[in-house]
Each structure stands twice: as C-alpha cells, then as structure tokens.
Design a protein around this ligand. Structure first.
Ligand SMILES: C[S@@+](CC[C@H](N)C(=O)[O-])C[C@H]1O[C@@H](n2cnc3c(N)ncnc32)[C@H](O)[C@@H]1O
Length: 219
C-alpha cells in the first residue's frame, strides 16, 4: 500500500430525474431494449411475490421500484469500462445493483450476500432469467480474492470500511462504482490509507440526493 492521496472531485452531468417513472421512461433513460425491460418486469414480479415472506427491500420502495431499484442500479452501466467482463457486487441484498447489471450487461456478475434467504431469491431470479451470474452466500471478509474489472455496491458500508473490505479484491485497474448518498464528500475525507487517486461523483438519475461515486486507483 502506498501513501494516501487526496481524491480529485469532479461533478459531471445534470440529473434527469422525473416524477412517476414508468418502465418506458426507465427504458429511455437507460437506453435498453424492450426485451431488457421485460426481464426487469419479471424480476420485479418475483421481488413482489417473495417480499410477502422475506424482507428483501423496504416495503415502501415496491411502488417506486422502477425508479428506486431498476434505474438506480442500471445507471451504473454507463460508467463500466469498455470490455468489462467481471463485476463483483458486494452486499447484493435482493440484487441491487448486481442483478440489474447482469440483466443489462454481457459480463459475469458475482454477487456476495451473507443472508441465506436473500441468496435463495437471487438464485431464483438467475435461474428464471438464465443470467450469467454467480451468488456467493458468505461475508465478503471470507471470500477468496476475486480481482474483478469492476466492484459495485449500494448501501453496503461507509466508504472507509467498504474500501478496507474490498482492498483484497482490487487489482490496480479495478474500478469501484458505489451508489452513495449526499454525505459522500464527508466520507471521502475518511478514506483509509489506500492508493486511490481519483474520485468522481455523478448526480444520480434516480435520487435527487444520491450520487454515483467512481473510484479509480494509482498505477
Ligand atoms: C442495506 S442492504 C443493501 C442491499 C442492496 N445492495 C440494496 O441496495 O438494495 C446491505 C446488504 O449487505 C449484506 N451484507 C452486510 N454485510 C455484509 C458482508 N460483510 N458481506 C456480505 N454481505 C453483507 C446484508 O445482508 C444486506 O443484504
């Protein structure tokens, strides 16, 4: 590990947030096919069905799932590096953003989730949609090093803790894409001693207070 460098912060793009989002609006914003939207619809129908017996997401978000879960997760696709083949999604929960990216992308998505019931749900969606995704029912702390092209996470851990836990899985060109809240700048000042040199934030397309945080490393 080398000395910590002050992250460079830049802010790009304007929010395209709109109220009452329909699947068609999300299709336009994510620039995906009708077939992809149909797969999202099957996924959300399974989520709604399973939510009756397993607490997968906050109940209040089910009515706004296209915006809160599909768009929120799917917006990360535009920040994936060209040729991205492997994604590690940590603390996947009900599959946000990991399963959404798996539906959208020609990449293998590894999802790490410590809760057994949630992993059974993830496996069910993977089978139903025949996705190229793998579920690891364990804590990230005990997962053998994965060194993927990209690591993603939403609502997993504060930035400092997340980087410490993810460090064993990062090679020099691994990109981190994290969905964060409005306190992201505060969290950036608390980063551990790790050679991350550039932090770029993008306003969220789905959440007026949210941010996409892209972290790349010193080579
Ligand atoms: C707040 S939920 C977020 C789930 C999903 N990413 C989302 O945004 O909807 C955090 C998830 O991370 C899982 N989790 C927490 N600590 C973990 C760890 N150390 N390793 C793997 N999974 C973990 C929890 O079981 C939970 O499902």
């Amino acid at each position: 590990m080398t000395a910590k460098k002050t992250p460079k912060m830049t802010s790009e793009m304007t929010s395209e947030m709109t109220p009452e989002m329909t699947p068609e609006t999300v299709q336009d914003m994510l620039n995906v096919s009708r077939e992809t939207i149909d797969k999202f619809a099957i996924y959300l129908a399974l989520l709604e069905k399973w939510q009756k017996s397993v607490n997968l997401v906050a109940r209040a978000t089910l009515d706004i799932a296209w915006q809160r879960h599909i768009l929120d997760s799917g917006q990360l696709a535009r920040y994936l590096p060209a040729g991205c083949k492997t994604i590690l999604d940590v603390g996947s929960g009900a599959g946000f953003p990991g399963l959404v990216l798996s539906i959208m992308q020609d990449a293998t998505v590894h999802m790490v989730e410590s809760d057994h019931k949630k992993t059974v749900f993830l496996q069910t969606v993977i089978r139903k949609l025949d996705l190229s995704a793998v579920v690891h029912n364990e804590r990230i702390e005990s997962l053998p090093a994965m060194v993927p092209d990209v690591i993603t996470a939403r609502a997993f851990a504060p930035l400092g803790k997340a980087i410490t836990l993810l460090a064993p899985h990062m090679r020099p060109d691994t990109v981190l894409l994290l969905l964060k809240g409005r306190n992201v700048e505060e969290e950036l000042t608390e980063m551990p001693d790790y050679p991350i040199m550039a932090a770029v934030t993008y306003p969220s397309l789905s959440d007026p207070e949210g941010m996409v945080l892209q972290l790349t490393q010193d080579h």
